[in-house]
Design a protein around this ligand. Structure first.
Ligand SMILES: O=P(O)(O)OC[C@H]1O[C@H](O[C@H]2O[C@H](CO)[C@@H](O)[C@H](O)[C@H]2O)[C@H](O)[C@@H](O)[C@@H]1O
Length: 278
């Protein structure tokens, strides 16, 4: 039987008809290579709509069943998030077949426990101290999210604080030797340990024939790049970068992707339609 050729990029072509053709080709390739295909998903803004309170975020209900079904037809489904694994487990505990990477891959859910990158562990006390200081030194309308190995400073409900939060974050990073990750209405401080979503994907696609990554934020561009890098060294590999539209990073993330979907609800719908092709 003839093999489906690797589709060309981007999938979003000039007209709607051509775009649908590109998407159909991508699903056909995926179905044919299902046993060597992984689907990776970011969480916030991709599986879950953005909320003012990060603790209140929930996946769109329709996505749970879709992920569960997807995990039965492809080799692997994984969520790659800046959230801790404990948070992801609280949202996806019903999904047995879905792998979880937290804190940009500093944490992995493996055989029933959270495995933490050893190089990051010595930074736990410094991050706890930083979170406490952020709460006293930054204005009360800046939300401080302590995540054990990182601290996120949110200004979604106080956008006028953006400059102040960015300045404070950069001063702390310089003084303590930390790294900064910019995101949607958030500045995040992380330990100086080499780990990001791009590295998770580079490792995750080493033996794959096909992979999809769905992301909406700046940190997801590195994951898109990892798919491109894999294609560059392996002409038989097909990587699909899907952006989820938003008013904050829209153009930058979308222009790095093959395809842009409108919302987490649209992601669930897109996957449900794709599953019909298996
Ligand atoms: O990698 P992700 O799973 O996408 O995590 C990125 C950040 O997501 C969360 O913040 C974002 O979503 C919040 C809830 O919708 C929203 O209030 C905030 O403005 C967004 O930046 C999370 O709280 C952060 O820790 C993550 O870094």
């Amino acid at each position: 039987m003839a093999q489906t050729p690797r589709p060309t990029h981007p999938l979003s072509r000039q007209s709607e008809g051509l775009q649908n053709e590109g998407i159909a080709e991508a699903w056909a390739f995926t179905a044919e290579h299902r046993q060597r295909t992984t689907f990776f998903f970011d969480f916030d803004g991709v599986l879950s709509p953005v909320t003012d309170d990060p603790d209140a975020s929930q996946p769109v209900p329709s996505v749970l069943g879709v992920l569960e079904k997807l995990a039965t037809v492809v080799q692997r489904v994984a969520i790659v998030s800046a959230r801790p694994v404990s948070f992801l487990r609280s949202r996806f505990s019903s999904l047995e077949g879905v792998d979880l990477y937290g804190l940009y891959g500093l944490e992995v859910w493996h055989e029933g426990e959270v495995v933490t990158e050893p190089a990051a562990l010595p930074w736990v006390p410094a991050m706890a101290e930083l979170a406490e200081r952020a709460k006293t030194e930054l204005p009360g309308d800046v939300l401080v999210e302590y995540k054990r190995l990182s601290v996120a400073l949110h200004y979604r409900t106080a956008p006028q604080r953006a400059g102040e939060v960015e300045r404070w974050g950069h001063e702390q990073a310089e003084a303590k030797g930390l790294r900064i990750q910019a995101g949607r209405m958030v500045v995040e401080l992380k330990p100086p340990v080499d780990q990001d979503k791009g590295m998770v994907i580079t490792e995750g696609v080493r033996d794959a024939g096909c992979a999809w990554y769905f992301g909406d934020d700046m940190s997801d561009i590195k994951a898109f790049d990892a798919l491109r890098a894999r294609e560059a060294v392996d002409p038989s590999f097909f990587g699909v970068a899907v952006a989820v539209a938003n008013p904050e990073t829209g153009a930058e993330v979308s222009s790095a992707a093959d395809l842009t979907l409108d919302s987490p609800g649209a992601v669930a719908q897109f996957l449900a339609e794709g599953l019909e092709r298996f």
